[in-house]
Design a protein around this ligand. Structure first.
Ligand SMILES: Cc1cc2nc3c(=O)[nH]c(=O)nc-3n(C[C@H](O)[C@H](O)[C@H](O)COP(=O)(O)OP(=O)(O)OC[C@H]3O[C@@H](n4cnc5c(N)ncnc54)[C@H](O)[C@@H]3O)c2cc1C
Length: 412
């Protein structure tokens, strides 16, 4: 079997790249090892940068038709007060807010849009298990499905198979680890209409919890020191319920709804990136090239930005049937700065706020009264969180026309 571009992994990076290439007339096959996109406790923060991309693709109305919640500010709740650390109000974008949408809804939307193009093929329950090589270049993949093992040859192979990438391992590429002081324990508790409306980070000495308002329930992320989940497990579910009560007294009575620790899911936080994102015939993007910390909730958005940059640069050469490695190098150069700068900012927050708080510091960070209102800092945070570093735009005549129709939008 043969295709022009084979993509391993139907997460945000792989699904978006497949859509963009199919739309540009490139024959593309997307292989996803799971039977569906339904995985709980995945990132679900769609930032303005991604909302703009969806708009450029004509998918904004469909996206906003999904059940979602919007927030236009990031709030930290200390022992003393509620602090608005960043606000997206005033961001130069048609979409000055973060939309919370379950990741599976987002992926269904993107892959459904891709199905409208005849050059798109999606194979679910297809796990990439190895790479095909010829004359020192990658020339496709071996994948396994219910019927057995297959070979799929391709001009370009893309590894978008996430932080534990099999493609990366098969290519012999090893990311440089930058470390994180925490792991995250995810679980949910019922929400009542009279509860606080914000999505927020609660910080207290020795304890941190992110609470995401999902209307009928709270999705909670309890931060623990790295590698300490076994300790929490030994203490039992009561210890976790007690932490909920201490940090969020309004939820104390509802913590009983968490019956056992089998209902929680643990994210081992990693911050890493590859030195080299490519080999001849092979490209890695998204978490496979750079795992992001959950700080700022930008993982999905960076993955989407990689996909847009890759499609802009590679669709033409793919249609012509050849992708020189120099182009892959150029793509890495383009995406490296946003990756490095975002990871540096995440590591700063990890070092200055999260680590001291986990170590028990009573005042891990001295926050000014309203940081989001400070002229320079407020504007910088708004742009950094909303649009990211060097935001990408879809390059196509239709996308340019759509952007031109909205004068408040940046032009590429
Ligand atoms: C618990 C948790 C919470 C998070 N919270 C946020 C958040 O709030 N906001 C945010 O922006 N980011 C968040 N992130 C990070 C975000 O989910 C990732 O950065 C983003 O999904 C990366 O996209 P990706 O497409 O590169 O990889 P992934 O989303 O990991 O997708 C990889 C895909 O490849 C598939 N796959 C893996 N191996 C193979 C194989 N061998 N063959 C075929 N398919 C394969 C997987 O099934 C998966 O569908 C969170 C991550 C986790 C784990």
């Amino acid at each position: 079997m043969r295709t022009t571009c084979v993509i391993a992994g139907g997460g945000p990076a792989g699904a978006m790249l497949a859509l963009l290439l199919a739309r540009a007339g490139v024959e593309v096959t997307l292989l996803e090892k799971h039977a569906d996109f339904l995985r709980d406790f995945r990132g679900d923060t769609i930032h303005p940068s991604t909302l703009e991309i969806l708009d450029e693709l004509g998918l904004s109305a469909e996206f906003h038709g999904l059940t979602h919640r919007k927030t236009d500010r990031l709030v930290v709740w200390t022992d003393e007060r509620l602090v608005e650390v960043a606000s997206l109000r005033g961001l130069k974008s048609r979409f000055p807010y973060i939309a919370f949408v379950p990741q599976w809804d987002f992926l269904n939307l993107v892959t459904l849009a891709a199905r409208r193009y005849p050059t798109f093929r999606l194979v679910m329950e297809a796990e990439v298990v190895g790479l095909l090589r010829e004359n020192g270049a990658v020339r496709g993949v071996r994948y396994r499905d219910a019927e057995g093992e297959h070979e799929l040859r391709a001009t370009l192979t893309v590894g978008a198979d996430g932080r534990h990438s099999d493609v990366r391992r098969a290519a012999g590429l090893v990311p440089v680890e930058h470390g994180a002081p925490m792991d995250v324990v995810w679980f949910r508790l019922p929400r009542e209409k009279t509860d606080i409306d914000d999505t927020f980070l609660r910080v207290s000495a020795g304890r941190l919890m992110v609470a995401i308002n999902r209307e009928t329930y709270w999705q909670l992320a309890y931060l623990i020191p790295k590698g300490r989940f076994q300790e929490l497990r030994a203490q039992g579910v009561e210890a976790l319920r007690a932490s909920v009560g201490t940090l969020l007294p309004f939820l104390a009575g509802r913590a009983e709804a968490l019956e056992s620790l089998s209902e929680v899911s643990v994210l081992q936080v990693a911050v890493n990136r590859l030195r080299r994102w490519h080999r001849p015939g092979l490209l890695l993007i998204g978490d496979a090239a750079h795992a992001m910390s959950p700080v700022f909730g930008v993982g999905i958005n960076l993955a989407v930005q990689d996909a847009v940059a890759a499609a802009n640069l590679l669709a033409g050469p793919l249609r012509a049937g050849t992708v020189p490695e120099a182009l892959l190098r150029r793509l890495q150069r383009r995406r490296m700065a946003p990756t490095v700068i975002t990871q540096l900012a995440q590591r700063l927050v990890q070092a200055r706020l999260i680590r001291p708080a986990l170590q028990g510091s009573a005042r891990p960070l001295r926050l000014p009264r309203d940081p989001s209102r400070l002229p320079v800092i407020g504007a910088f945070a708004r742009r950094f969180i909303g649009l990211g570093v060097l935001p990408e735009h879809v390059r196509s005549p239709e996308a340019a026309a759509r952007r031109a129709g909205h004068p408040d939008r940046p032009r590429s």
